[in-house]
Design a protein around this ligand. Structure first.
Ligand SMILES: [Zn+2]
Length: 196
């Protein structure tokens, strides 16, 4: 592993299932698991690397007590699509990726989902997507993914469950495992980018 890639990995916030390194590179410790020689994050947390002893672990992140306010940015999962024009998003982390201690579920309406004219929220998000949202109203909790920095930051293939990758210049997200292509309203913060 190059020093640059190693430096990028240290302190990185990762999601469960995210590939980190190989067993040739590190000895896996807490918060990771090995799958076909690849060390993956087992929990949501921060990567910690002990380069002298070639050890890698993922450290859990402490929860923060916070109530969503108008204008603030959060991360969450699409927990329900209740109508063609309404989705539910369960907020999990604040903008600094600090875990929220309370449970907040906000509503995303079609009108706040895209700059483009769309007919259904299925054109921009899917159940289980990890999204970056902004609070536009507190009571009820209404969310937006309209801005370029907002939207889907991690998505999984609805065909095989693997991570979907963003390829610069291509509108669709691409599954490297089965070749499936899917549309999302992708955030500029999208986590998995294939520059190959
Ligand atoms: Zn797939």
């Amino acid at each position: 592993m190059t020093a640059a890639r190693l430096q990028k990995l240290e302190g990185k916030i990762v999601l469960p299932g995210e590939p980190l390194a190989t067993i040739e590179e590190f000895l896996p410790e807490e918060g990771v698991y090995v799958d076909n020689g690849v060390i993956r994050a087992a929990i949501y947390g921060k990567v910690r690397i002990d380069s002298r002893n070639k050890r890698i672990r993922v450290e859990p992140i402490k929860a923060t007590l916070k109530i969503p306010r108008r204008g603030e940015i959060y991360y969450g999962f699409v927990s329900g699509i209740i109508r063609e024009d309404l989705a539910l998003i369960k907020l999990v982390f604040d903008s600094q990726m600090e875990r929220l201690s309370g449970t907040f579920t906000g509503v995303l309406h079609l009108s706040q989902a895209s700059d483009r004219r769309i007919e259904s929220v299925y054109q921009v998000i899917r159940l289980g997507d990890f999204v970056r949202v902004q609070v536009v109203n507190e009571h009820p909790l209404l969310l937006s993914i309209k801005q370029p920095q907002l939207g889907v930051v991690a998505a999984f293939c609805s065909n095989c469950g693997a991570i979907l990758y963003r390829k610069p210049g291509i509108d669709h997200l691409v599954c490297k495992r089965c070749g499936n292509r899917e549309l999302r309203k992708v955030s500029t913060y999208y986590m998995f980018v294939d520059r190959g």
